[in-house]
Design a protein around this ligand. Structure first.
Ligand code: AMP
Length: 249
């Protein structure tokens, strides 16, 4: 079985985000970019399934600018076999990404597609669900455990009330949650080897997808800073402040 894994290039999670002066978006110039953390978890899971003999090839796909090649090379250095870059300078929204990945899946015919639960830049949490709907495949979202056997995946999902375990028929789409695994680091020899692994280039038009934005960003602003706290001397003072100043009692 082949596993297809989506990886997105996003602002590194350690970077303190700055909003552009004109409010049109966040500052991306000279900012460190990395693989979306949920996608690192997806790549790790695909590699573990391959190592356990449940898959024979791991293919990674990214939709983004030419520099997304670095992100794909990171996935190849972790151990993925092959990469596909669907190159565009547009900010591609989840629906267009899902349509492109559907096109890739039709060519690649994977038995499983592993998608991150959400991209930490747009926080949409939509791509995996849309992809499963477009393909007409089963979905197991927010996975914290995935087991493959007899043409099905048993997925333990993180839901509000705790954990839910479901069986889904393959081919399927699984989206990864934080507790699924601890992604490996790429070793230096593997980073060198990854430079020679195959990377195919396409454009959204190759899959008949128009990436023109359907959403209009009206304004981007920083969240209000938190006000400094104060210490109160007694419970009576606390109650007084909650009643009079905060107006919450
Ligand atoms: P989102 O729906 O935008 O929160 O993204 C959820 C997941 O979809 C991410 O973790 C990625 O696995 C995948 N994804 C979203 N955008 C892209 C992209 N441009 N290229 C590759 N994968 C993507």
């Amino acid at each position: 079985m082949k596993i297809l894994v989506t990886v997105k290039r996003v602002v590194d999670y350690n970077v303190k985000i700055r909003v552009k002066a004109d409010g049109s978006g966040v500052e991306l110039a000279n900012v460190k970019m990395s693989m979306n953390p949920f996608d690192e978890i997806s790549v790790e899971e695909a590699l573990r399934l391959k190592e356990a003999g449940k898959a024979d090839e791991v293919v990674v796909v990214s939709v983004g600018p030419a520099k997304a090649e670095e992100t794909l090379r990171t996935a190849l250095a972790m151990g993925a076999d092959r990469a596909i870059l669907v190159e565009t300078e547009d900010q591609v929204e989840p629906l267009a990404v899902a349509k492109i990945v559907k096109g890739v899946a039709e060519v690649e015919q994977p038995g499983l597609i592993i998608v991150g639960k959400q991209a930490i830049d747009d926080d949409s949490n939509q791509t995996g669900q849309m992809l499963s709907a477009l393909l007409g495949w089963a979905q197991g979202t927010f996975a914290s455990k995935v087991e493959i056997s007899d043409g099905k995946a048993t997925v333990t999902r993180e839901v509000d009330g705790g954990l839910q375990t479901i069986d889904i028929k393959l081919p399927a789409v699984v989206t990864t949650d934080l507790r699924l695994n601890e992604p490996r680091y790429a070793s230096l020899p593997n980073i060198m080897k990854a430079k020679k692994k195959p990377l195919d280039r396409h454009t959204p038009a190759d899959f008949g997808v128009d990436t023109t934005a359907r959403l209009k960003v009206l304004k981007t602003e920083e969240p209000e800073g938190r006000k400094a706290g104060i210490k109160v001397k007694s419970v009576a003072e606390l109650v007084e402040k909650l009643k009079v100043e905060a107006g919450v009692l």
